[in-house]
Design a protein around this ligand. Structure first.
Ligand SMILES: Cc1cc2nc3c(=O)[nH]c(=O)nc-3n(C[C@H](O)[C@H](O)[C@H](O)COP(=O)(O)OP(=O)(O)OC[C@H]3O[C@@H](n4cnc5c(N)ncnc54)[C@H](O)[C@@H]3O)c2cc1C
Length: 410
């Protein structure tokens, strides 16, 4: 079979791959994307279940400096700027506002300890910064599972502290995944083409997929760290440093469950309920996202991974039990599980978003460095300060593309 030939080949059609390909095309390069799935967007995917449901990314984090806000607006997507539920006090029958304030105080104190400890030369697990015996520890751990995909015992303090966020969070009404799909229009994307081998030993880079070979002057690899670490793609010559870096920046575990809610008007739009507070194995519930008659339940860490074995039914049962404990048994008949994500068992993701294991905060730079002058790496895990986000992924893709264009004097 003859190789399909391009100036640049991008592996993966997630935010990083799309950002890279768009920049390269606009810069005049002949570029294509090879993508394993039968859709674009990667971990930003909008499913349609009567409403557009973001099964992965939903929030434009750091929205006041997020380049995708302008891209979205340019493509006619409406941006919702209302305050996210976690940034306002919520009325929850069994969690009075005075206790919510106490919890926030404990969280703030924990973040101050993280900031101080990050200045130490030695890295450590973030769980070592919990105040022994503090009643809010399980909830702080649960929040870590939502924002990092891991409980604090698996999280590097220095990496956690390296994440920069302006705390401005907006949403794309039609879905973040739908935006990715729109961005991909007009780009040359080969779907259902899992890459199995990248040979960067010769004058050109050869990329083998299950559907046939490609060749290019330069390649940008944007697949998730778990895919790199799994060895699904063989590099020739081998890249042990990359595999090692990827293995120490694993994707955590987070999943979303959407339930329909009868008689939703009784509840405030875009409000929030916490599940149990004495354990980290609990979900957080976003009530009526965009005012829709839905509940979006967010699961993180070990719980998110374990429930995947039980599918929609298992997630649904867990969420309905927790909601009934807070709102009373009569809520049960008003809730119906609609859709759930399964990011950890997804072969082309293997989890939600990357975090550094304790002692390995320096691995993002190792992963992000090009291997020679023709093999580049991008993706959320390569971002120094915006990792675990769509815009972080996008920016790394755009930057890799700009370097390639500059080297080609375009
Ligand atoms: C539940 C959940 C909630 C999230 N919430 C938010 C949020 O609110 N805001 C936010 O900014 N971010 C959020 N994120 C994180 C965000 O989705 C990711 O950081 C971002 O989408 C990653 O983009 P990427 O391009 O680096 O990787 P990906 O999106 O994973 O793209 C990589 C692509 O490579 C493809 N691929 C994999 N293996 C191969 C192969 N062998 N050959 C070819 N292609 C391959 C994949 O199919 C994929 O399309 C969330 C993620 C999850 C899972």
């Amino acid at each position: 079979m003859t190789d399909l030939l391009f100036d640049v080949l991008v592996i993966g059609a997630g935010a990083a791959g799309l950002g890279a390909a768009r920049t390269l095309r606009d810069g005049g390069a002949r570029v294509a994307i090879v993508e394993a799935r039968s859709r674009v967007g990667g971990r930003a995917f909008t499913a349609q279940h009567g409403w557009p449901l973001d099964m992965g990314a939903g929030w434009l984090h750091s929205a006041d400096r997020n380049p995708l806000v302008e891209v979205a607006q340019g493509l006619g997507f409406k941006i919702d700027r209302s305050t996210p539920p976690w940034q306002k006090a919520n009325d929850q029958p069994d969690f009075p506002r005075s206790e919510q304030r106490e919890f926030r105080k404990a969280m703030d104190a924990f973040f101050e300890r993280v900031e101080a400890a990050a200045r130490d030369p030695q890295d450590r697990a973030a769980s070592t910064l919990l105040e022994p015996g503090n009643r809010w520890n399980p909830m702080i751990d649960a929040v870590s599972a939502y924002v990092n995909g891991t409980e604090l015992d698996g999280l590097s303090v220095k990496d956690f502290d390296n994440y920069h966020d302006t705390e401005v969070n907006w949403r794309v009404e039609r879905g973040y995944g739908a935006l990715m799909e729109k961005i991909s229009e007009g780009l040359s994307v080969f779907l259902d083409h899992p890459v199995i081998r990248i040979d960067h030993s010769g004058a050109q880079v050869r990329v083998e997929t299950t559907k046939g070979p490609f060749a290019a002057d330069t390649v940008i690899v944007t697949v998730p760290t778990n895919v790199i670490a799994s060895g699904m793609i063989e590099f020739d010559p081998a890249l042990p440093d990359k595999l090692n870096a990827a293995a120490h920046l694993p994707l955590g575990h987070d999943n979303k469950l959407f339930l329909s809610l009868d008689g939703a008007e009784e509840f405030e739009a875009d409000s929030r309920l916490y599940g149990r507070r004495e354990t980290s194995a609990t979900a957080s519930y976003h009530i009526r996202p965009f005012g829709r008659p839905l509940i979006e339940a967010y699961f993180g860490g070990r719980l998110a991974r374990e429930l995947e074995a039980q599918g929609l039914e298992g997630f649904g049962r867990f969420a309905i039990d927790q909601l009934a404990a807070t709102l009373g048994d009569r809520i049960c008949n008003r809730l119906k599980p609609l859709a759930v994500s399964m990011w950890s068992s997804d072969p082309f993701a293997g989890g939600s978003y990357s975090h550094a294991l304790p002692g390995h905060w320096d691995k993002r730079a190792v992963l992000a460095a090009p291997a020679g002058d023709r093999l580049f790496f991008a993706g959320e895990a390569c971002s120094a300060h915006d990792f675990s986000t769509v815009h972080g992924a996008w920016i790394t893709g755009v930057e890799a593309a700009k370097k390639i264009l500059a080297a080609q004097n375009r």
